[in-house]
Design a protein around this ligand. Structure first.
Ligand SMILES: Cc1ncc(COP(=O)(O)O)c(C=O)c1O
Length: 246
């Protein structure tokens, strides 16, 4: 939304259907005159849902010819079934750009490096402005070096997948309906609908920071990011303790 404002564009937010991206509603908005770009995160943040492959393909095939779809696959490595963005591009899907980042599983967020996969046309447009906004050389070197560490990355992914299952169970046991996670965090609804209140109590009474989701338009929900095993245990105990004294 901020990027759209910088470029003088109007950002139109399309509500989710339940916790998942609403491709039907997005398509309807995309068909409105003057739409230039649709932005879709897969897996989605903060709900952690993954798009159905068939539904995404049919969405892309129905997108108006002048609309570019940007698929943000920042959490792709954590998904059990890797999102198909790169494969869709390799098949020649038109009007598609795929974003990936080194900020998540690669742990290089402070270096501000990621990349876009796109058709030659889109890459050419990006290249024209790239010199001004390009990522710096040390970040590029670090990213390239980290690509050779796939064993370590696989270990991190396995750990996060186990950790998110632990958090999913902890939230479900505590009566906060969680969404089956496909990224390195778990989304859950808070009974009574006060996500901010629960987050505040966890911080003030237990010293545990989670994310309340008012800023994402979900005031009744929280997002808990997978930490170390010890941190996840501390969160589960803190949640039990806060709810017991509610
Ligand atoms: C869906 C999504 N895309 C991108 C990012 C950030 O990526 P980067 O650090 O490369 O800007 C985040 C995380 O903050 C995210 O949740």
């Amino acid at each position: 939304v901020a990027a759209a404002a910088c470029g003088g564009a109007e950002a139109v937010r399309v509500p989710t259907r339940g916790r998942a991206s609403d491709l039907g509603a997005l398509l309807e908005e995309a068909r409105r005159p003057h739409t230039k770009l649709v932005f879709l995160a897969n897996p989605n943040n903060p709900t952690g849902t993954l798009l159905d492959r068939g539904e995404l393909r049919s969405f892309l095939s129905e997108l108006p010819a002048e609309v570019l779809c940007v698929l943000d696959e920042a959490y792709s490595e954590y998904a059990g079934e890797e999102p198909e963005g790169p494969a869709l591009l390799a098949e020649g899907t038109p009007r598609l750009a795929v974003l990936r980042t080194f900020s998540k599983v690669y742990g290089l967020a402070a270096l501000r490096i990621g990349y876009a996969l796109a058709s030659p046309d889109v890459a050419d447009a990006l290249d024209r402005v790239r010199p001004v906004f390009n990522v710096n050389q040390p970040a590029q070197e670090a990213a390239l070096a980290s690509l050779h560490e796939q064993e370590a990355i696989a270990l991190r992914v396995r750990h996060a997948q186990g950790a998110r299952e632990f958090l999913f169970e902890a939230l479900a046991d505590a009566g906060l309906p969680p969404e089956p996670p496909h990224a390195n965090f778990v989304y859950a609804d808070v009974p009574g609908g006060d996500g901010e209140g629960l987050a505040r109590r966890l911080l003030e009474e237990e010293g545990v920071i989670i994310r309340a989701l008012t800023g994402f338009g979900a005031p009744g929900a929280i997002r808990v990011t997978a930490g170390t095993d010890e941190e996840n245990e501390i969160f589960a105990a803190a949640l039990r303790s806060v709810l017991a004294s509610a």
